[in-house]
Design a protein around this ligand. Structure first.
Ligand code: XMP
Length: 310
């Protein structure tokens, strides 16, 4: 594939479709939405408003960090605090698909619909990639960003047209495009992080307390495995508990799973063989998180497992 040509084609298509109207896009800081943000800004300049929605489900310091990073690239990103809306929508939900649905609905029908209205945008630029579409259409998982492909007319449902310039690429293609766009390595090499964010890594109810636990575990895993060369690494909080001992007292504690995989495009994945010392060290750090007394390493490839737990 000629990626240089692909970039030119996508930028001119965005320009032609949007014309003199305004467009909006949501940046998450992942490589997909970062590439779309750069496409959009090159195509539309000030006609594009880029927002970062803080949904309470992001990693440590992520919203501020991403906004700062793009500001260095000369792209202004508006930070929207929607934490309470998302937490409210997720309260009491434990079913994976219901949780994903609540996030989709809160994002598109509430928060984003409001932002689009305020901005006067007629188009939404979206970082959907081919793998998201295939898995959703195949019924494996409802990716939160798939709308048109499952029969949702965004014009009718939400009042704006949808542009998905990356829908013919897989993750490796997007990274190549990011490299050609000269995005900082921190963005182009960023490991995948799902749209529904840490909610895909909490089995059971998503609460502020449980988010704090998984956020701390995520920071540890990301720090420890950043040099591993793996495709993706993550921490998951289970809904089960296990008996343990802390300060000579019985504790019925939380269980955190560490997952580290090799993959090309996330359609299939194998488990990374990490050294025992590294695993041990990660475990020691994870069980220092308040309330957590077990740390497990997931040995399951995809399939039959998926990468995320929700
Ligand atoms: P699964 O869990 O489906 O994950 O094997 C495959 C890859 O996709 C990411 N993922 C998502 N990305 N929205 C996204 O933008 C989602 O709803 C979503 N679910 C999973 C996951 O992190 C992995 O890289």
């Amino acid at each position: 594939m000629d990626y240089k040509k692909f970039i030119e084609e996508q930028i001119s298509e965005i320009r032609d479709t949007v014309g003199k109207e305004k467009a909006i896009n949501a940046l998450s800081g992942g490589v997909d939405s970062s590439v779309v943000t750069v496409f959009g800004h090159r195509a539309l300049g000030d006609q594009l408003e880029t927002v970062f929605v803080d949904n309470a489900l992001m990693r440590e310091g992520e919203p501020e960090h991403v906004v700062k990073l793009f500001s260095k690239l000369g792209i202004k990103v508006k930070l929207i605090d929607a934490r309470q809306e998302f937490l409210g929508a997720l309260a009491g939900l434990t079913d994976p698909e219901q949780k994903r649905q609540a996030i989709t609905d809160t994002f598109y029908s509430k928060v984003f619909a409001r932002l689009v209205k305020e901005s006067g945008a007629k188009f939404l630029l979206h970082g959907t990639i081919l793998t998201d579409i295939e898995e959703t259409v195949a019924g494996i998982k409802r990716q939160h960003n798939i709308l048109v492909q499952i029969g949702i007319d965004t014009q009718k449902a939400y009042g704006y047209g949808l542009l998905e310039p990356l829908k013919s690429l897989r993750k490796d293609g997007v990274r190549e495009v990011a490299r050609l766009l000269e995005l900082p390595g921190e963005l182009s090499r960023r490991i995948p992080f799902p749209g529904p964010a840490l909610a895909t890594r909490i089995v059971g109810e998503v609460t502020e307390k449980r988010l704090k636990t998984v956020r701390t575990a995520t920071a540890i895993v990301e720090e420890e495995l950043s040099e591993s060369g793996a495709f993706q690494y993550l921490a998951v909080l289970l809904s089960d508990r296990a008996t343990g001992i802390r300060d000579n007292k019985r504790e019925f504690g939380e269980i955190v799973v560490v997952r580290c995989i090799d993959s090309i495009d996330a359609r299939t994945a194998t488990v990374k063989e990490l050294g025992w010392d590294k695993l041990n060290h990660i475990c020691q750090r994870i069980v220092q998180i308040p309330g957590v007394n077990r740390c497990l390493y997931d040995l399951t490839p995809k399939p039959p497992a998926t990468v995320e737990y929700v």
